[in-house]
Design a protein around this ligand. Structure first.
Ligand SMILES: [Ca+2]
Ligand SMILES: [Ca+2]
Ligand SMILES: [Ca+2]
Ligand SMILES: [Ca+2]
Length: 403
C-alpha cells in the first residue's frame, strides 16, 4: 500500500482499506490530454467510438442532449479524426428528434458496410442510418424507431445493437428507466428508417429504473443474451435474460446475477480470464463498484466481489479495458463529486484487492465515455465528454494511454 499526500489530504492509493478520501491524485504515469472539440454550452453527455469513415482511424459520435427550455438545441455530432490529430466535427442530427440524447450505440444496422448509430433520446429511440460518406451531414437518414414511442414511455436510458432474431438487419435492444422495461426492436427486411420495426417487450416488470444493458452470449449457445442493471429494484438489480433460441419469438427467461444496491451502469468482460464473461456494475448510491463472476453455468449463482468502495466520491459510468496491456482486464471508472477517472487493476487474482490508479481529474462532469485505440499503438485510449457547470468549458478530449 502506498500513500500520497496531496493538498493536505492523505489518499490511500492501493490496498485493502477503502479510499479514505477521493481527491486529486498525482498520476504515477501521466496520461496526455488531447483536445478534440469544444462544445460551449452544449453539455456533451455521451460518446461512442468507432472508425466511422473506414480510413483506419478511430472516430467518435457525441450526444449533446440540449435544453429546449433554455433555447439549446440537442445535437448528435460526428467527430472524424484526421491523420494529424485534428478532429473535424459534423452535426448529423439536430433538434427535437434527438432532445435528451443519453446513450449511443454504433453498428451496421442495415448491413450495407457503413456504421450506423442508434440513440436513446428521452421518449424515443432514434436510428441514424449512415450514408456512403458520413461527413455528408444531410445524407444521414435520421428517424425515430416508431415502435419506441408509446404514451407511457418517458425516457429510454440505454441502447445496444445486435442480431437478436437471426434475420433481416440488425436489431436494437433498449432499456427504459421510466417506466422500467426492457424491449427488443426487430428490424424489418430493409431497415432504411425507423419505420416497420417490431417491438417485443422482454420485461415490463422487475426493471425499475433500468439504466443500462449489454448483449453477450452468456450460456454459450451462440445467441445473444441480454444483461441489465435496474437500480430501483428492491432485490435483484443485475440480471440476464436468456435468449429463447431461434427467431427469439418465445419469452426470454430472467436469471439473477446479483443484488448490488442501486446498480446503474454495467460492463461485461472476462475479468478473471477463465474464458467466461463476467459483469461489473457501478453503484452510486452505495459508492461502490462490484463485479460478478460467471459461475460456469450462467444460470448458477454469480459470486460478487467488491472492486472499490469510494466512501465519499460517487462512481458513475464505467468500462472494461486492458489498460496496461498486461495480465488481466482492468476497469475504468468515472466518478464525481470530485470528477475524475480512475482505473483499477486486479494483479493476478481478480477476486482479491484491486489497485487504484490515477487517470484524469477534471473540474467538469465526465459523462459516458468511450474506450478505443485513438493513436493506433495497440493501447486503449479514452475519449471523454466533459460538461462544466457554467457550460463555457464543455468539450471533448481524448486521453492518451501511456503504457
Ligand atoms: Ca476514421
Ligand atoms: Ca449501415
Ligand atoms: Ca445465449
Ligand atoms: Ca470470467
Amino acid at each position: 500500500m502506498r500513500r500520497l499526500l496531496r493538498r493536505g489530504r492523505w489518499l490511500v492509493v492501493a490496498g485493502a482499506l477503502p479510499l479514505a478520501c477521493i481527491g486529486p491524485i498525482t498520476p504515477d504515469v501521466e496520461w496526455v490530454v488531447h483536445a478534440v472539440e469544444s462544445f460551449n454550452l452544449l453539455n456533451p453527455a455521451v460518446i461512442a467510438a468507432a472508425d466511422m469513415d473506414r480510413d483506419g482511424d478511430l472516430d467518435a459520435i457525441v450526444g449533446l442532449p440540449g435544453a429546449p427550455d433554455e433555447g439549446v438545441e440537442a445535437r448528435v455530432v460526428l467527430l472524424i479524426r484526421q491523420d494529424n490529430d485534428d478532429w473535424d466535427a459534423y452535426v448529423i442530427a439536430q433538434g427535437a428528434l434527438v432532445t435528451g440524447v443519453s446513450a449511443l450505440a454504433i453498428g451496421d444496422v442495415d448491413l450495407d458496410g457503413r456504421l450506423d448509430v442508434a440513440a436513446a433520446c428521452g421518449e424515443r429511440l432514434v436510428y441514424l442510418n449512415a450514408p456512403v460518406d458520413p461527413t455528408m451531414t444531410t445524407r444521414w437518414l435520421v428517424s425515430e424507431i416508431a415502435e419506441s414511442v408509446l404514451p407511457e414511455i418517458v425516457s429510454w436510458s440505454d441502447v445496444a445493437i445486435g442480431d437478436i432474431d437471426g434475420r433481416n438487419s440488425l436489431d436494437v435492444v433498449a432499456t427504459c428507466d421510466d417506466p422500467g422495461r426492457l424491449s427488443v426492436f426487430r428490424s424489418p427486411l430493409n431497415a432504411d428508417t425507423g419505420a416497420g420495426w417490431e417491438r417485443v417487450d422482454v420485461a415490463t416488470t422487475g426493471q425499475a429504473g433500468a439504466a443500462s444493458l449489454a448483449l453477450r452470449d452468456l450460456d454459450a449457445d451462440t445467441d445473444l443474451d441480454i444483461l441489465t442493471a435496474a437500480p430501483d429494484e428492491p432485490d435483484v438489480t443485475v440480471a440476464w435474460f436468456e435468449h429463447p433460441g431461434g427467431r427469439a419469438t418465445a419469452a426470454f427467461e430472467k436469471h439473477e446475477i446479483g443484488r448490488a444496491v442501486g446498480a446503474t451502469y454495467l460492463a461485461a468482460g472476462d475479468l478473471d480470464a477463465d474464458g467466461l464473461t463476467d459483469v461489473v456494475v457501478s453503484c452510486p448510491d452505495d459508492t461502490r463498484v462490484v463485479w460478478y463472476r460467471h459461475p460456469g453455468r450462467a444460470t448458477g449463482r454469480w459470486d460478487d466481489y467488491e472492486l472499490i468502495d469510494y466512501t465519499r466520491s460517487v462512481p458513475t459510468y464505467l468500462a472494461i479495458a486492458n489498460v496496461d496491456n498486461a495480465g488481466l482486464l482492468d476497469v475504468i471508472v468515472a466518478s464525481h463529486t470530485s470528477d475524475q477517472l480512475l482505473w483499477f487493476s486486479a494483479g493476478t487474482d481478480a477476486t482479491r484487492t484491486w489497485a487504484t490508479n490515477a487517470l484524469y481529474t477534471a473540474s467538469e462532469r465526465i459523462g459516458r465515455f468511450a474506450v478505443g485505440d485513438v493513436d493506433l499503438d495497440g493501447r486503449p485510449d479514452v475519449v471523454i465528454p466533459l460538461d462544466s457547470d457554467l457550460g463555457a468549458r464543455d468539450r471533448v478530449e481524448w486521453l492518451e494511454n501511456p503504457f
